[in-house]
Design a protein around this ligand. Structure first.
Ligand SMILES: Cc1cc2nc3c(=O)[nH]c(=O)nc-3n(C[C@H](O)[C@H](O)[C@H](O)COP(=O)(O)OP(=O)(O)OC[C@H]3O[C@@H](n4cnc5c(N)ncnc54)[C@H](O)[C@@H]3O)c2cc1C
Length: 474
């Protein structure tokens, strides 16, 4: 294991500017690990690797968490619906990870009660028994016991819902995905990881000693560097080629419609699952699950998806929802492991993850869920060690590792829309200096969540954010 990094004398790369980060990654003659992709999976690997004492560099082609990792449904969950696929091991593992995130990142994650409205007692008994199994699988990691609730209680929990004679209440977690990504990034930097956004990585063969050669190209100035890595791990999500099946999920966001609990509609008229969640002072409704051939983040949520979400959620609500109430909408592309022989319906695909050795020193991690990012990282590094690609470092410690917070940005949503110029200036400074933001979009969408909760407010704030951005990054 290498130890010679000058910039790491303090043991941390926190606060390095973009150019200093680029310089730092060029200074190393070789790296233990090069991670390609800076979503939940890649950042999780970088943190685990740094915590085990490996030297690690991560290259992200766009902004950190700009792919699926800022566009999820924000649930920390075992996946109630995967019980139907009888994949109990997967659900159990995710429930364990749910508890780990809740314990290690309380600044961006919390437990949340959910209700399932049921028309008949038979439905309540069906979902109630499934959720008892869910509780059982969670074991000591459970966050609350599921139970039957009568109509009157449903009204208290989710005032906006139409009256239903029966209901089931259960517990899962909710989190701020892009903020959790920043938390992982900050924790990784504090342990010496070098993380570079807007920097594409490509494999460029092997050196004479067998090390991988990975070419990096900066997006801002096209500067290039080829680094040597003992191990390369691709965590490129929906950009992982033929190994993944891609499912588009659209969400709409409205001003709070009066939900203090999440709502799960397990069987909508066309058979799909729909969630309504209280999120950052708003209501988040999602999601669709439509197979597509490649991700396209230039598009906003397609009108068909928006219409389906409005129509289907309205059927369960006292007052129907209208397009004019939508304050934001977004799409995400799920990277699901392509299973041979699996049908075309992506909602039936497993959410299990897969670590594969794709070349002598190269691994690829695909699939999984945000909830299980930590476990995916652990498995990837363990596989690299088992195959002798990496030496045995310190054991994995991320299950006990409290993630670092940035209170200014983690809590900014609480005062969204009321920021003074001075506060915006502080926010922009921290986003640039502590979290490597490079553009107004990085700040308004992924350091703050304004773009994901209120797109017109984000547009309004953009000129001011750009003005301060010039001050801090020229
Ligand atoms: C609609 C939707 C809803 C979801 N809901 C939930 C949920 O409620 N709970 C849950 O636990 N999970 C949920 N998920 C799943 C979760 O969001 C994903 O599993 C997770 O974010 C995947 O992270 P990732 O890092 O693998 O992929 P991504 O976040 O997509 O990251 C991959 C990154 O690789 C980068 N990249 C690609 N090629 C290169 C290259 N050559 N060089 C450098 N970088 C490159 C990309 O720019 C991208 O940022 C949901 C997903 C979607 C899409």
């Amino acid at each position: 294991m290498q130890k010679s990094n000058n910039y790491k004398k303090a043991g941390s790369t926190q606060g390095l500017s973009r150019d200093q980060t680029w310089q730092a990654l060029q200074e190393e003659p070789s790296w233990d690990i090069c991670v390609v992709g800076g979503g939940a999976t890649g950042l999780g690997i970088a943190l685990d690797a740094a915590a085990r004492g490996f030297s690690v560099v991560l290259a992200e082609a766009e902004d950190f968490a700009s792919g699926a990792s800022s566009r999820s449904s924000k649930m920390l969950h075992g996946g109630v619906r995967y019980l139907q696929q009888l994949d109990f091991a997967l659900v159990k593992e995710a429930l364990h990870e749910r508890a780990t995130v809740l314990a290690n990142a309380p600044h961006v994650a919390r437990a949340l009660s959910f209700v399932i409205p049921c028309e008949t007692l038979a439905h309540a008994a069906f979902y109630g028994s499934g959720l008892k199994l869910y509780d059982l699988l969670a074991g000591r990691h459970n966050v609350g016991r599921s139970h039957y609730i009568p109509a009157i209680d449903i009204n208290v929990q989710a005032n906006a819902l139409k009256a239903s004679p029966h209901g089931i209440q259960y517990y899962d977690g909710i989190f701020d995905d892009a903020r959790l990504a920043q938390s992982i990034a900050l924790s990784a930097r504090q342990r010496g990881a070098v993380l570079m956004n807007y920097c594409r990585a490509e494999m460029n063969g092997q050196a004479d000693d067998g090390f991988d050669l990975v070419s990096l190209t900066r997006k801002d100035n096209s500067a290039q560097h080829t680094l040597r890595a003992r191990c390369t791990i691709f965590a490129t999500g929906a950009w992982s080629g033929e190994r993944v099946a891609i499912a588009r999920g659209s969400h709409i966001v409205l001003r709070d419609i009066g939900l203090s609990s999440g709502v799960l509609l397990p069987k909508t008229p066309d058979g799909r699952v729909l969630y309504m969640l209280p999120w950052l002072g708003h209501t988040l409704i999602g999601t669709t699950d439509i197979s597509v051939s490649c991700p396209d983040y230039s598009e906003t949520a397609p009108q068909d998806d928006i219409d389906w979400l409005l129509r289907t959620s309205s059927q369960a609500l006292k007052k129907p929802l209208y397009a004019a109430q939508i304050t934001a909408s977004f799409v995400g592309y799920r990277p699901l492991v392509r299973m041979p022989g699996a049908g075309k319906n992506s909602s039936q695909f497993s959410r299990a993850h897969l670590v594969e050795r794709v070349a002598e020193r190269t691994l690829r991690v695909v699939g999984g869920k945000w909830t299980t990012y930590r476990r995916m990282a652990q498995d990837a590094l363990d596989v690299a060690i088992e195959h002798g690609i990496l030496p045995k470092g310190k054991p994995c410690s991320t299950d006990q590792l409290n993630l670092s917070a940035n209170p200014l940005l983690d809590n900014a949503w609480l005062t969204q829309g009321q920021w003074s110029d001075e506060q915006i200036q502080k926010i922009v400074k921290s986003a640039v200096q502590d979290e490597a933001a490079c553009s107004a979009e990085d700040i308004l969408y992924r350091r703050l969540r304004t773009g994901f909760t209120d797109q017109s407010l984000a547009l309004k704030l953009k000129p001011k954010v750009e003005q301060f951005l010039k001050q801090f990054c020229g």
